[in-house]
Write a protein that binds this ligand. Structure first.
Ligand SMILES: NC(=O)c1ccc[n+]([C@@H]2O[C@H](COP(=O)([O-])OP(=O)(O)OC[C@H]3O[C@@H](n4cnc5c(N)ncnc54)[C@H](OP(=O)(O)O)[C@@H]3O)[C@@H](O)[C@H]2O)c1
Length: 270
């Protein structure tokens, strides 16, 4: 199995649908993004697939990720739903296949869910097995149950939910931390330090937040609709914050989780 090399930033697609999704993904790839994140439950895999089939970058330069949703955790469903995702994405394989949430249905079937994912790797349909919304304890368990490496954990992470414990844990395990909602879902303006730093560096607040993630070896996957936002976010790969400014963000005391899972999903508990 080849090693996964994730670029500094990826492109999130939750809530992008239809033409917005197709055009957004196409433009993102055009300006340099190489990692595209979707999920079965986003109901946009076919639009991502349209964009992928129109773009001219070679397949092996792209990292395409999708996620198996909680109603598909049975052994057979993991497989059939992934084949369906591949069909929609118009791909022979995905680079990253995530377990989307550690729901009750996952807890019941963890071993067979991971077995099916492992077989998808053997079949060449998936390159890397990944998890999402897992706390250290559930990552540890998945590692024990799976006969292949778990390559990444995708979780909510931003200046108001800094995930220090998970960052340290995943770094020890040599796993990627992929950060969702890295722009606090459009709420960066609430954070005074981010505003001040944006003024200091003469860049957007989004760039400051994304540059902070990159400084922590975390891979942010911001979602954006307009070309202006998509481009602005990509520019963050060239923004180097001074150590003292990174520390200012590290020292933010306010905490806010943007995504509180419904009852049928196990609460992440971190
Ligand atoms: N694994 C999971 O359970 C999970 C959960 C949530 C999200 N995700 C993934 O993570 C991705 C990102 O998270 P997210 O969509 O929750 O939130 P986000 O990326 O933190 O924020 C998206 C919001 O920020 C706005 N925005 C984007 N670029 C901007 C810029 N340069 N300046 C100002 N505003 C900007 C967007 O507006 P416009 O769209 O109008 O540009 C949108 O309202 C998702 O799309 C999805 O792929 C995964």
């Amino acid at each position: 199995m080849s090693e996964l090399k994730l670029p500094d930033i990826g492109f999130g697609t939750w809530q992008l649908k239809g033409e917005d999704c197709r055009k957004g993904v196409l433009y993102a790839i055009d300006i340099g993004y190489r990692h595209i994140d979707t999920a079965q439950v986003y109901k946009n895999e076919e639009f991502v697939g349209q964009a992928l089939s129109e773009n001219t970058i070679s397949r092996k330069e792209l990292v395409i990720a999708t996620k198996v949703f909680i109603n598909n955790f049975k052994y057979k469903k993991v497989k059939s739903s992934t084949y369906e995702s591949l069909k929609k994405l118009k791909l022979d394989y995905v680079d990253m296949l995530y377990i989307h949430w550690p729901a009750i249905s996952y807890r019941l079937r963890a071993k067979s869910t991971l077995k099916a994912m492992s077989e998808l790797v053997d079949e060449g349909k998936v390159k890397h097995i990944c998890v999402s919304n897992f706390n250290p304890k559930s990552v540890e368990k998945a590692i024990k149950l799976c006969d292949k490496p778990i390559t990444a954990n995708q979780i909510e992470c931003h200046p108001l939910l800094q995930q220090k414990e998970l960052r340290e844990y995943l770094s020890l395990k040599k796993m990627y931390l992929v950060a969702y909602s890295p722009l606090i879902r459009g709420n960066l303006g609430r954070v005074e330090v981010i505003k001040e730093l944006a003024e200091k560096y003469k860049v957007s607040m989004a760039q400051v937040s994304l540059a902070w993630h990159i400084s922590k070896n975390v891979v942010p996957i911001p979602k954006a609709t307009s070309k202006e936002h998509i481009k602005d976010n990509y520019k963050s790969i060239n923004l180097k914050l001074d150590i003292s400014d990174i520390e200012k963000i590290d020292n933010i005391k306010m905490e806010k989780r943007m995504l509180n899972p419904p009852k049928f999903i196990m609460h992440p508990g971190w």
